[in-house]
Write a protein that binds this ligand. Sequence first.
Ligand SMILES: NC(=O)c1ccc[n+]([C@@H]2O[C@H](COP(=O)([O-])OP(=O)(O)OC[C@H]3O[C@@H](n4cnc5c(N)ncnc54)[C@H](O)[C@@H]3O)[C@@H](O)[C@H]2O)c1
Ligand SMILES: O=P(O)(O)OC[C@@H](O)[C@@H](O)[C@H](O)[C@H](O)CO
Length: 382
Amino acid sequence: MKAVHFGAGNIGRGFVGLLLHEGGYEVVFSDVAAGLVDALAAAESYTVHEVGAGGRDRVVTGFRAVNSASDPELVAAEVASADVVTTAVGPTVLKFIAPHVVAGLRQRPADEAPLQVMACENAIGATDLLRREMATAAGEDWSSLEGRAVFANTAVDRIVPGQPEGGGIDVTVEPFYEWAIERAPFGETPPSIPGAHFVGDLGPYIERKLFTVNTGHASTAYLGARGGAATIAEALTDERIAAGVARALEETSALLSAKHGFPAEEMTRYRETILERFRNPALPDTVQRVGRQPLRKLSRHERFIGPAAEAAERGLAVDGLLTAIGAALAFRDPEDEQAVELEGLLARLSPDEFVAQVTGLDAAHPLYPRLVEVVGRATAAG
Ligand SMILES: NC(=O)c1ccc[n+]([C@@H]2O[C@H](COP(=O)([O-])OP(=O)(O)OC[C@H]3O[C@@H](n4cnc5c(N)ncnc54)[C@H](O)[C@@H]3O)[C@@H](O)[C@H]2O)c1
Ligand SMILES: O=P(O)(O)OC[C@@H](O)[C@@H](O)[C@H](O)[C@H](O)CO
């Protein structure tokens, strides 16, 4: 069995590649970072170091690596004969992966078992997005190609911090992980991934993950950065920040319970586990990594505006989320293109224009005036 995995970065090596390997796949990593591809191609194994309580080392072997920028034909050939394609590149990069998967499908015999495609990104419906990008890349050939693949959305959860520069291809991760995958698209032959669980309806899982783990993570990063903290664990040692994060998460939990029926006690335990994961002192996870790409994180269906909009529509509290959004507006990182753009947009646009453009909310939405106030305060604070 063979899996082609696009994006050999933190989660690619530290989670998706590891679980595919443990499921019995030969993993072919595909990436555009030449140094990383060369290092993987030259290695026979790498180690995933799980740090913190219950962690152990796991070794990945039997992989190969291909550079999709310099060797697209080889990538297409690998995809053509693969059983599984996964991605962990970031949702905005899926449009660049799509042409490679389409090129592979063009070479794949029509009577071959369908390629099983799963995008493992922090976004609702990431595989659906990849599929749309593939349809665009294929143009009028799509109707003859789409039957050669099946598409399943997934929710992946494991904190994999940035790895030290020059540290090689080993990866340091937390011990916890969860991978939920839609079951129905695979019919009788789901992929062999013992570490994953297959679910009938992914909607509640991905929303619970994105609106708890990622809302809490981002709230900690932005409140922490504003308070001068360097890491997530350090930020949570400040009681005011911890209280701010707890408040935002109580609001998203109330929404998730109202919308999906998750019992309140289950959500309380889920939040406790997550906050304990964030506090893992062995995990060197920076506020810059977790706060990266703030414009993506402030977009309509993401971890802040997504739950806050739905909570406001239901008349639920959103004050904690608005405080975290205020902190997000103050996030500055000269190395992060979106953080720089965010600063420019705040200087250039009126609060109304900013809310409309960045969050995509309509002026008639109940959250809209509250966001305009938050943006107005951020603009005034300079
Ligand atoms: N790190 C985590 O804790 C974590 C956990 C769950 C989900 N995720 C999600 O996984 C995705 C990747 O996150 P990450 O933390 O591993 O980021 P990362 O930056 O460590 O890895 C991304 C990799 O994609 C590669 N890449 C960029 N453009 C590419 C292209 N056109 N073709 C092939 N490869 C390309 C990069 O070179 C890099 O190696 C994101 O969607 C993220 O939200 C991350
Ligand atoms: O990857 P992002 O930028 O969407 O979010 C940053 C972190 O919150 C994220 O990578 C978490 O570590 C991960 O989602 C945990 O499962």
